[in-house]
Design a protein. Sequence first.
Length: 46
Amino acid sequence: MPLSRIAWLTTVLACLIAAVLLLLNDYVGYFAVFLAVGAAAAVNLR
């Protein structure tokens, strides 16, 4: 697995974890932002 793919996967996982934590703390707007950033980073995994 190339290093660039590992970096993007780490970014996606970090965004998803942050999004879930923000949702649990009732920060719905920030949840959506981190979810969108994670989705944008996931595009680079293809």
